[in-house]
Design a protein around this ligand. Structure first.
Ligand SMILES: [Zn+2]
Length: 93
C-alpha cells in the first residue's frame, strides 16, 4: 500500500513557524506542540497519497484555499497557549 499522509500537518507546521516569528509567545517545544495540536484539531485533515507527480501542483492550489483557515486557527491556538501555557515544569527557556 502506498503511503498516505495528512498534508494539513505539514502546512500547519510551516505556517506555525512563520506566525510564531511574528508573535511574542513562548517558543519552547511544549508550547509549540500545544499550539500545533490545538490548531490541527480545528482543521480538517487533508490526506494525499505520496509519490504522485501531479500531486504537488494540486497541493499548491489546495494550500491557497486553506491558508486563511490555517492562519486563523494557528492564531487562535497561539492566544490559548499564551493565556495558559503548560510549560511550567520545563527547565530550559
Ligand atoms: Zn513554553
Amino acid at each position: 500500500m502506498e503511503k498516505v499522509i495528512n498534508y494539513m500537518e505539514i502546512w500547519v507546521k510551516d505556517h506555525m513557524e512563520q506566525q510564531l516569528k511574528q508573535s511574542d509567545i513562548c517558543k519552547c517545544e511544549k508550547c509549540k506542540r500545544d499550539i500545533y495540536a490545538l490548531a490541527l484539531n480545528n482543521l480538517k485533515p487533508y490526506y494525499v497519497v505520496t509519490n504522485k507527480g501531479e500531486v504537488m501542483a494540486k497541493l499548491n492550489t489546495m494550500y491557497q484555499q486553506f491558508e486563511t483557515d490555517i492562519t486563523i486557527e494557528v492564531e487562535k491556538a497561539i492566544e490559548i497557549v499564551k493565556k495558559s501555557p503548560r510549560h511550567d515544569d520545563h527547565k530550559e527557556y
